[in-house]
Each structure stands twice: as C-alpha cells, then as structure tokens.
Design a protein around this ligand. Structure first.
Ligand code: SF4
Length: 365
C-alpha cells in the first residue's frame, strides 16, 4: 500500500503557521498539529509516493518521513491510490444566496416588534438568528418568538437564545420549549452556578448549555480560545475570502441601533425608522466584510487562522484597522496560550474600550 501514491483526504486542509502547521479536518470539526516540514511535504508531494520524497531528500530523512506517514495513516488523514488525478482538491470558493446570513439581536428591554422584523429577515434571505438577553426574560416571550417564526413559515432555520441564569431556572421547562420548536438550535444560560452541557435533542440541534461565564453586556464578547475554534468547509472557505465575524452579518443592539456587531460603535440607523435592508445598503456597512485573517497582524502567522474568529470590535491597537483581536491570548511565535486580560501589552486596549475583566468591575454601559 505504502508504495502507491498518497493522497490527503480532500476535506483535510493543511494551514501553515510561522512555527508549526495544522491539518483542518473540515468534516469532523477537528484539527491536527503538524510540523512545518510535514506541511511542505503535503503541499509539494500530494499525489506522489513516499519513495519520491525520500529520493528527493537523498534518503537523509527517511526515519522522520516514515514517522510522519505513520501519523497520517494512524489518524486516517491520507489514503493510497495509483491514480491521484481522480481525487482533485476540494474547492474553497465561498458564496451564499443570502444578502445576510446571520442576525444578532441584543435585548435589555423589549423594544423590538417581531411582526415588523420577520418580513425584513425574509427580504435579506437570512437563515440564522441569535437573540441575546442581558436581563431576565420570561420563557413565554422566548416561546412566542419561536412560535412566531414557525407560524410565519420563515426561512430562519436556526435560532440561538442566550439568557441569564434565573432564580426559578427550570430545565424541564426549557427542554419542553426545545422539543416544541425544532428551529431552536441552542439555549445558553450564562451566569450559571456551573458549566454543564446537555445532549442535543436532535442531531446537533436543540441543546441547553449552562455556562458560569458572565455575558451580561456586549463588552463580554469577542473572547478567542481553543474551545471556540470551528472547522467546517463552509466557515473555512469563508475565512479565506472574508471576515467570518462580520461578513453578511447584521446586528441590532440593545437600543435598537443597526450595526455590523452590537459591540461596535458605528450605527447605520435605528429599527424605529430604518429597515435592515436600508442599513445594509448604506456606505461603509460592508467595509469589514473582506478583511481576512491573512491581513491581520500576528494572526497572519497563526496556524489557527482559518478555524478562528476575527473580532474587529475590540482590537489590540484600537486605531489600527488590522491589529490582532484584543481578547486572544495565543502567541503563534511561541505557540503558547496565556491570559489575555493580564498581558501588559493589552492594558491600553482594555482601558480604551472599558472592557470588564476578572480584575475590574463589570461595566454596565
Ligand atoms: S493569534 Fe489570531 S488567529 Fe491565532 S488564535 Fe489568536 S486571534 Fe486566532
């Protein structure tokens, strides 16, 4: 078998960082750390034989090459076939029929009329919606929104709710809500006494997650860590061409202002007198859409750049359009994670945005 040509599975895509690389398994949402030497082999020899590589390196590294291939075989990342032309690379082009793919709506008080908003979601051909409640909300209100979206036969296929932990937290009540509404993707309950995830009711849909973390205003957003890495071909491809946080996304902040993201200051009107479509068509609304990780300082050298998100609301250097997300503690030059909020280089940004950290009082603005 090993004498034949090796082929990397098409949905396994290597990404090179400054010190090391990863293979993103976009089918199983997983990634494998690999040395840059192996990345170069995969880039230059995919479709050739192991013997070709050994011959080209004059058999100086045969042992290392064997180790590399044992790793690839053990992890089912490659297969062997004598006709590699039958297995082209997967396309990483990205497009969407939607003018807007995702909408985020923030709540402190209820100022939104869903009867007015739902037709606007349809105009934008939007399929995903996330509702974030910073203050206590009745389960009936959540149920009504889910029912309304069902009744209107809307194209929204996935709704995420983020709600605070409440005194009479009742898991059974939330489970009933999930079982009655197949479009609810998740209910995340923040400020919970502990972290706990519950099994989805349907395949990857309909789950409750309790998190101890506080998310009681938009300033708590934008945190980058390994738990939030996501690898599927749609997102991977989008990240090659666009900013995955902002491309084809629209938000309504807690005051009704229409923005790229609730954490950003620029507003494109208020839902009281502006439609989402009007806001979308205003100059500069799309200015962040095509900023890719390959243009961001530090991130462009990071092996995780195509499975990571890219917060443009809070950046390390607030005046620099292309600086690294403030709330990332990863250093791709040392391959180390550290606590971002205590990093001396980040203090200027933390003060500038008045970001609540474990060391400061939460902001209520
Ligand atoms: S350095 Fe950039 S790409 Fe790497 S983990 Fe941090 S934010 Fe993501």
């Amino acid at each position: 078998m090993k004498q034949s040509n090796f082929i990397l599975f098409a949905d396994c895509i290597p990404v090179k960082g400054i010190n090391r690389s990863i293979i993103c398994d976009t089918k199983s949402n997983n990634f494998y750390l690999i040395p840059n030497g192996l990345y170069d082999i995969l880039e230059n020899y995919n479709g050739k034989t192991i013997e070709d590589i050994k011959n080209d390196s004059e058999h100086k590294y045969d042992e290392i090459i064997d180790e590399y291939f044992d790793y690839l075989i053990d992890n089912k990342l490659i297969f062997f076939n004598s006709n590699p032309d039958l297995f082209p690379k997967m396309s990483t082009e990205w497009n969407s029929p939607s003018l807007i793919t995702n909408i985020i709506i923030d709540y402190e008080t209820i100022i939104h009329d869903f009867n007015v908003l739902i037709p606007q979601f349809e105009t934008l051909k939007c399929s995903y919606i996330q509702l974030r409640f910073y203050k206590n909300i009745s389960i009936d209100y959540i149920r009504n929104i889910a029912e309304l979206l069902k009744k209107e036969k809307s194209r929204i296929v996935s709704i995420d709710f983020i709600i605070p932990y409440y005194e009479k937290f009742n898991l059974e009540e939330l489970n009933t809500l999930l079982s009655e509404n197949s479009r609810i993707h998740s209910i995340v309950v923040f400020n919970s006494p502990y972290n706990k995830s519950f099994k989805p009711l349907r395949q990857n849909m309909g789950y409750i997650m309790q998190v101890a973390r506080n998310i009681s205003n938009e300033k708590y957003c934008g945190i980058i860590n390994e738990e939030y890495f996501y690898s599927n071909i749609k997102l991977f491809s989008e990240s090659i061409h666009h900013n995955t946080c902002l491309n084809r996304k629209i938000s309504i902040d807690k005051y009704g202002y229409i923005k790229n993201c609730p954490s950003m200051t620029a507003s494109f009107g208020n839902i009281k007198d502006t439609t989402l479509e009007e806001a979308l068509n205003k100059p500069h609304f799309k200015k962040y859409w095509n900023i890719t990780k390959d243009q961001i300082t530090v991130c462009k050298d990071c092996e995780f750049r195509h499975i990571c998100t890219d917060c443009r609301a809070y950046t390390e250097e607030p005046e620099n359009f292309y600086s690294k997300p403030l709330k990332c503690g990863y250093d791709p030059y040392k391959n180390e994670w550290s606590e971002w909020s205590t990093n001396p280089l980040k203090q200027k940004g933390i003060e500038y945005y008045a970001i609540p950290t474990p060391h400061t009082s939460p902001s209520t603005t």
